[in-house]
Each structure stands twice: as structure tokens, then as C-alpha cells.
Ligand binder design. Sequence first.
Ligand code: ATP
Ligand code: MG
Length: 284
Amino acid sequence: MKLKIALQRSGKLAEGSKELLRKCGIGFSNGGDKLRAEASDFPLEIFFLRDDDIPDYVADGVADIGIVGENILAEDPKEVETLEKLGFGRCRLSIAVPKTFDYGGVADFGDKRIATSYPGVLGKYLSQQGVAADIHEIGGSVEIAPSIGLADAVCDLVSSGSTLFSNGLREVETVMESEAVLIANPRLDPNRSALLERLLFRIRGVRAASQNKYILLNAPSDKIAEISAILPGMKSPTVVQLAEPGWVSIHSVISEHDFWEVVDSLKRAGAEGILVLSIDQMIR
Ligand code: ATP
Ligand code: MG
């Protein structure tokens, strides 16, 4: 018996999804046009699909789990469970206007035409703001809608903003933020749930590793207590005597999140020769 996972076949989530599985130690052949692959070292079968179809396949049980952007789920909610944020495919759904649009606030969109592939999320956002705009649903190439006279503004996914910029558009409102998430069918049988737990354990290890760094530093022996308080690590830091009397090397794990603040406090506490390394796996 195998767990079945649905991934985007090609597009902005495809690479990140495959890389995540590989980092979990799961190998598979990725033959160009193939729609299905079997993993070599985990009981996993992989389906490569259009991202919009993934929630449906998972809700219907054709696939047990899948990787999809939160924006897709928000637009068209399906009966699936969201298990884990995956930290890639980050983007935001934003409203953008032509540079010539004299923008004062959301109220300016009253009676204006906004082109989008996300009419559900946009409609909800505008009605929460009490704005009645005319939403034009289009399937793609939303960013050209204003220049061809189809709309006054657009609402589209943005990451760097360069596509908007090169089409003469300016981002003015963020409607929602999104990243890739792992979704599951809510009624998995016990065998599949057990496989999913094994996979989730690995995914969490990969995620924790990418969010943490291994740090080594030298410090005077009388600073051990002060530095240990800044660097709690997984249990407590490792302290090793240096060849030079009165000095130690302290090793620990720190979160990428507050990395620079921690490094500043370490330096103030007398740390020298700070080395920071990335971590491949982290099992708590
Ligand atoms: P498919 O052919 O699978 O239907 P698509 O063209 O609908 O693909 P992509 O553009 O590949 O979709 O985007 C897939 C997902 O990647 C989006 O739904 C979103 O969650 C995420 N994403 C991340 N960054 C961006 C971005 N800059 N623009 C669009 N989507 C992004
Ligand atoms: Mg799509």
C-alpha cells in the first residue's frame, strides 16, 4: 500500500514541492511528461497535476495528500485538512492600478472594474471594506487588462512585483498572503495515516533545519553563564575547553528568525570568532 501525493506538474510550486520530497530522503524519477511516478525509498506514489485540480483530487480521495498554495484553497474551499505550512511559494494577492491612477484608498474602487482570477477572495475582501466594485474574472494574463481597456485595476498574485512594474502597474492593497501548504483528505484509513505521520515527521525535520542555524563561538570561561542564557539551544549549549587557558568554545542551535539580534547580544557578552553553519536535518 502506498500514500498518494499530488504535486503541481510545472509552475511556481513544482520545484519547491519536488525539492521538499528529496530533502525528506524520497527519490523519484521526474521524467518530463510523466503524470505519475513511484518513489524509490518511501511507499509513495506521486501524481503531477495542474495546481487548481489538486484540492479536488485530495477531497475526492484520488490523492491522499497534496501541495498547493493557500490562495487556491481560499478561492475555492474544498473538504481537505491543511496540515503544515511549507515555507515556499510565498506570494501575496494584491490590487494594482496603472501608474496614472490617482489612488486615495479602497473606496476609489467603487464602480471601477477590477480584473482577476480570484473573484471569490477579492469579492469577500471588497465587501468587508464596504466597496462595490465590478469584478471581471479572467483566467490569466491579468496584468495586461488595464492597458487593453478591459479593466481599471487588477488583482493578482505578486512576489517581487516585477511583472506589475513592467506592465506599468503599482501595487496598492494586499488582499491576502499565501504560501504552499500540505493538505490531506480528512478520512484517511489508519495505514495511510501512519504513512502520513512518517512523512510529516520528515517534513518537520526539514522545515526545522531550514529555520535554524548551528552556531560556534569562542568566549572567556567566565562568560559561559551569560552566553548560555542567550543561546539555550535544543537542550543547553555544548561547552568545550580551548587550548588557550581561560577560553571555551560554545556550540548551539539558533533560530534564523531572531538571528541578528542574538548575534548582537553574543558580541556584547564577549563572544569572538562566531561561525554559523546550516543544518541538513533536525530531529527534536
Ligand atoms: P497550473 O498550470 O498548475 O494551473 P498556474 O499557472 O495556475 O499553474 P503558477 O503561476 O505556477 O500557477 O502558480 C502556482 C502557485 O504558486 C500559485 O497559486 C501561488 O500559490 C504560488 N505563487 C508563488 N509566487 C507566485 C507569483 N509570483 N505569481 C503567481 N503565483 C505564485
Ligand atoms: Mg493553475
